[in-house]
Design a protein around this ligand. Sequence first.
Ligand SMILES: O=C(O)C(=O)C[C@H](O)[C@H](O)COP(=O)(O)O
Length: 198
Amino acid sequence: MSLLDLSPVVPVVVLEDAADAVPLALALVRGGVRIIEVTLRTPAALESIRRIAAEVPDAVVGAGTVTAPEHAVAAAEAGARFLVTPGTTERVLGAAADTGLPVLPGAATVSEAMRLAELGYAELKFFPAEASGGIGFLKSIAGPLPGLRFCPTGGISATTAPAYLALPNVGCVGGSWLTANPTDLAGVERLAREASAR
Ligand SMILES: O=C(O)C(=O)C[C@H](O)[C@H](O)COP(=O)(O)O
């Protein structure tokens, strides 16, 4: 199954304390969101991935913000089931591909998307979505690049997500809004339920 089809919304999670990881993942799953992208932006990220992978079998946990080859290796060792990069370099993509995990590589321009398509990637993260042209960009490239599907991320909200999701070349959207307050578990569950109902 494709990463883009697991949930209409991929929560992009920034965790400062690994103790929050499992309760947060459980709240998302209760709300109907099984996929979780934990960004490798904090010291707690790898331990958070490790705990979710071990303790929340219903969740599909992956690592985001993979911006260096060693991130890919460490995330795979921690139990990440997919890797997401905000942009793409040869070294990062090579290390990510070497893990054998599904990779969602980031692109923000037509040329970047074409290079990734040449390498065999048909599903890309479009980042930073709003800042790079948002819905207009995705509509414009649907004609010339019909084989590509995107997970736009960056600046998307509960209000703007539906218009993105209505585009034929969008499989899901990513965003931090579901888990902006990772310790408000009732709130996370409610936002996840709203997001998964789309
Ligand atoms: O960390 C990464 O790998 C990124 O690519 C950035 C995140 O995906 C965005 O920061 C989420 O965007 P917001 O929903 O606007 O907060």
